[in-house]
Design a binder for this molecule. Structure first.
Ligand code: GBH
Length: 489
């Protein structure tokens, strides 16, 4: 692989957090054990006909509910500083509401956290990675403003039970995927498909629910627990395809619709939804005969409440694309977010493909993203809470190794440019249920044998490479693992 020419010799600071990430529904299994309630992914994957590519589900997944010791052993093998995982809301609160706590669910996470802490592996805990309790969905889910109260009540239970040991909480994983994909399309549960309407309603309710959980921590827990609360937004790089004013404006609109919708209310100095997007949706709504904009507004009080409500800025970053005002515009339902912005995207032919259609190796998109974020939103503490590469399986995964090395060089570029990136979580520790793609696309540093009742985990080549990077705190592009024997150092 000649693509990476940089042999930097630069190093990551000692206190930089190297980790891996997973999510509850994707790894835990035990979908109906020990009192866990039904969630929206249980419901979606059990539909007939199945909307999942290989008709699979997360009923067993990687069986992590029964594998605390082995999962932590893998973290120790890699030498991780941190591990990001998510809590299953319906495992802790089977009905979604906080009046009924499931002790077995609390116990599972206690055992996991305690096992990690034995080996100084810091837990980064996501409260919500897409698995809403079904009873709350039956009441409208994120389209109901009461989600703000339900989530706050759940957050109180989480802080109360785990906050003595967990010092970094992430409220939501990827608002775009929750709102746009779940409510404004059919590509994630609950697949509401109220295009051009529900994703905007969800966005306002979600950032407000996040702020509730942030202030709750500040007011009732911070003094005694001393931790931090942030949010993770999926941010890929959208640059203009050419330097024409039209393409620049198209790229700006794309950034605002894909992630500014969630980042701007929390992290910008003005707060509220992004200006050009608000204007565009207002104009389109009027043309379409709506008496008011399809995009809800914030009152001044609401805007002030959400603005600045975070201790850090989490980013899941995977790739990038070039945005055009005129090319590849595609066909979109009316109304819809995609019709509202009406831009096209493409990627350079030389970017290597992964096993996922949407994921190409974009060599400097981390640098571009983070320098942009710092310029636009200011000097936040940033965490890269996911970054990773898919294959169709197999232990020889040069493509993944190249991806991680390239990405980490780009992280160093951004840090050299003064961006305060505090940590990096590789997606993923192990193969898992890849949502609509089932078990077809594999993101793990460890391969999981889903045919084996024991769900045996085996390190891939990239696991050895990542381990060496963590240990050396630098990227040796020439390193080739000598044998495939994994040990705990
Ligand atoms: C992350 O999302 C998720 O947080 C994680 O759970 C997931 O396993 C990981 O990525 C890998 O996918 O197929 O063209 O409709 C990253 C953002 C948004 C990327 C949805 C894939 C589907 C595009 N994801 N997108 S498409």
């Amino acid at each position: 692989h000649a693509a990476v020419v940089k042999q930097s010799g630069r190093s990551f600071p000692k206190d930089f957090l190297f980790g891996t990430a997973t999510a509850s529904y994707q790894i835990e299994g035990a979908y109906n054990e020990d009192g866990k309630g039904e969630n929206i992914w249980d419901r979606l994957t059990h539909q007939d006909p199945s909307p999942i590519r290989d008709h699979s589900n997360g009923d067993i997944a990687a069986d992590s509910y029964h594998k605390v010791e082995r999962d932590v052993e893998m973290m120790r093998e890699l030498g991780l500083d941190a591990y990001r995982f998510s809590l299953s809301w319906s495992r802790i609160l089977p009905t979604g509401f906080s009046d009924q706590i499931n002790p077995a669910g609390v116990d599972y996470y206690n055992r996991l956290i305690n096992e990690m802490l034995k080996y100084n592996i810091e837990p980064l805990v996501t409260l919500y990675h897409w698995d809403l309790p079904q009873p709350l969905q039956d009441l409208g889910g994120f389209a109901n403003p009461l989600i703000g109260q339900w989530f706050e009540d759940y957050a109180r239970v989480v802080y109360h039970h785990f906050g003595d040991r967990v010092k970094r909480f992430i409220t939501f994983n990827e608002p775009r995927e929750i709102c746009f994909e779940g409510y404004g399309s059919t590509t994630k549960a609950p697949a509401i498909n109220a295009t051009g309407i529900a994703e905007y309603i969800c966005a306002k309710n979600l950032v407000t629910a996040h702020a509730n959980a942030y202030y709750l921590y500040n007011n009732e827990f911070k003094a005694s627990q001393g931790g931090q609360v942030g949010i993770t937004i999926s941010i890929n790089w959208f640059g203009a395809k050419t330097d024409s004013a039209e393409d620049e404006a198209a790229a700006e609109l794309k950034r605002q619709a894909e992630w500014g919708l969630y980042a701007e209310p929390i992290f910008s100095s003005e707060g509220g939804f992004p200006k050009e997007l608000v204007q565009r949706v207002g104009e389109k709504s009027a043309q379409q005969g709506f008496p008011r904009s399809r995009m809800p507004e914030f009152t001044d009080e609401e805007r002030e409440y959400v603005r600045g409500a975070s201790d850090f800025f989490g980013v899941n970053h995977y790739t990038g694309s070039d945005i055009s005002a005129t090319e590849n515009l595609g066909q979109h339902p009316v109304p819809s977010m995609l019709d509202d912005i009406n831009v096209g995207s493409s990627t350079p032919a030389e970017w290597a493909p992964s096993a996922s259609v949407w994921l190409k190796l974009s060599p400097d998109s981390i640098y571009k993203t983070f320098t942009y974020l710092k310029n636009r939103f200011g000097d936040w503490e940033f965490y890269i809470t996911e970054n990773g590469w898919s294959t169709e399986g197999g232990l020889d995964d040069d493509g993944r190794t190249l991806y991680y090395r390239t990405a980490l060089e780009s992280v160093l570029d951004a840090m050299d440019a003064g961006v305060n990136i505090k940590g990096y979580m590789a997606w993923s520790l192990m193969d898992n249920f890849e949502w609509m793609e089932g078990y077809i696309e594999r993101f793990g540093l460890y391969e999981v044998d889903f045919e084996d009742p024991d769900r045996k985990r085996t390190p891939r080549q990239s696991a050895f490479v990542y381990k060496k990077i963590i240990k050396d705190r630098t990227i040796d592009h020439d390193y080739v693992p000598a044998d495939n024997v994994m040990t705990i150092d």
